[in-house]
Design a protein around this ligand. Structure first.
Ligand code: CO
Ligand code: CO
Length: 304
């Protein structure tokens, strides 16, 4: 294995490899059924980011048996199962541990063609960067925790976080791309940084083109910013240059930790229009070009 990828790949034969990943976390929305669907969508995302097809899964559950009603767990698992059904994934089993803090997620196994694996790195100068989902789920879930999120905002992020990255993954396989990464806890810039690390290329991102939920803008301006935004920014401060004209809320949104975020795809410029068209045709309506890969400055990300 050359470097950290979204999921692990184990080659079985020249045309077949296993792809495996695991992910679980604490609730970020109040509705147990929705949380189950989100956790499953998020866990499957690493397989899609590499161009794989998830096949089977195992539930991972931490549940406070003493203090929480068992019906909550039933709703979470029902949501998870419904989402696995939508993804065509078979649940083979699972394991539950008594734990004071509720957590749910999956270990996932899928298949992938060894010669079709899409890596984190491999972006080339001139590539266009396409992001497939709006940003701001971290900011909006922080507002939820403070009881300040509107029903509309909650519905919006639940819809986004329960949208499988399957269609986006199929589109990028169809068109052929150079690199891909799903956007999760490190935020857009944290994961963009992973795509250029040690590769000798840089990125230029057009802040005005970066899609975000309208409420994320509003809540970020009101100060509902998760602590992870500061950590994510601090971690990448050596390689990120943010232009003075980038609005304050956007400086938070580009580092906002995402749950079940979209794919960030580097595609050769001449194929970018076809990838966008294919994404839109497959229902990935919000996919847009947000920037490009550059030779200079190498190893840096410029946001303007
Ligand atoms: Co990932
Ligand atoms: Co992951």
């Amino acid at each position: 294995m050359e470097r950290a990828e979204d999921a692990g790949v184990y080659k079985i034969s020249d045309d077949l490899a296993l792809v495996q990943t695991v992910d679980f976390f604490t609730p970020i929305v109040d509705d147990p059924y929705d949380f189950g669907r989100i956790a499953v969508t998020n866990a499957l995302s690493d397989v899609y980011a590499m161009g794989g097809r998830p096949l089977t899964a195992l539930n991972i559950v931490c549940f406070p048996r003493e203090t929480m009603d068992i019906s909550i767990l039933r709703d979470i698992l029902r949501g998870g199962l419904d989402q696995m059904h939508e993804a065509g994934v078979i649940l083979l089993g699972g394991h539950t541990v008594d734990d004071p803090e509720l957590k749910y997620g999956l270990a996932v196994t899928g298949t992938i063609r060894p010669d079709k694996v899409v890596h984190n790195t491999g972006a080339k100068p001139g590539d266009r960067l396409i992001l497939t989902k709006p940003l701001g789920t971290g900011i909006i879930s922080t507002a939820i925790k403070h009881g300040a999120a509107s029903k509309k905002a909650i519905a919006r992020i639940v819809k986004s976080m329960t949208t499988l990255n399957r269609a986006a993954s199929e589109a990028m396989l169809e068109v052929g791309v150079n690199a891909c990464k799903d956007i999760t806890g490190f935020g857009l810039l944290g994961h963009a940084a992973e795509m250029i690390q040690g590769t000798g290329v840089g990125m230029v991102i057009n802040a005005a083109a970066v899609p975000c939920f309208p409420e994320a803008k509003e809540y970020a301006a009101k100060g509902f910013v998760p602590g992870a935004v500061e950590r994510n920014r601090d971690y990448r401060k050596e390689i990120v240059d943010i232009g003075k004209k980038v609005p304050r809320y956007m400086q938070n949104i580009i580092f906002d930790p995402q749950t079940s975020g979209g794919l960030l795809i580097a595609v050769p410029a001449r194929r970018a229009p076809r990838l966008l068209k294919t994404l839109h045709e497959k229902g990935v309506a919000e996919a847009v070009i947000i920037g490009e890969v550059v030779a200079e400055p190498a190893g840096r990300i410029r946001v303007g």
